[in-house]
Design a protein around this ligand. Sequence first.
Ligand code: 2AM
Length: 189
Amino acid sequence: MADLRLFFSLDLPARLKEALSRYQRTLPRSLFRPLKPENLHITLAFLGDTPEEEVPHLSRLLTDLPLPSRLVLTAGRPLALPSLSRISVLTLKVGNPGGGLEDLASSLREALLDTGHSFDPKPFKAHLTLAYLHRSLSPGEREEAREIILSLPPFRFGRFSPESITLMQSTLTPAGSIFTPLATRSFRG
Ligand code: 2AM
């Protein structure tokens, strides 16, 4: 069986994705490649290439994952990743008044470790990716993108709660990633 490129995503409410899409429209397409609104998400753990036969076990792991009764999040300040001087991704910082998100990401990652599934070990840093910088930009265009990020107003939406967690397959194509949900667990039980 083939490997699938997998990650666990926190799924966002439709109204938030619409507002994010309006915010994305302020970015010049010559510099930024925005994520499709339906692909906007918060990554909890990125597994990368994973044997297809692990999917049923990963689905069960999602079913058994302890979930917080309520998760309240905010998304506001634009952030450049990995850093403003070497930007490749434009994200929004995600806040979590009341807590629970770090514990959720830790529980998921511990469950993956305990069951021998590998994932990107970079520490969890809550963020919501809005757009990628085009790879072929000149130094001048990179500087322009940097200035745009610095002058962007914060995204204003207020508090929101994610709908569900999904085990997602990401297929890379020249036209961008195609996300296919393989298993979903709703927060509403
Ligand atoms: P992010 O931009 O929110 O970090 C699918 O590739 C998703 O997994 C991406 O949207 C990306 O979301 C996340 N991801 C996290 N670590 C990754 C990595 N090492 N390589 C590729 N994607 C990663």
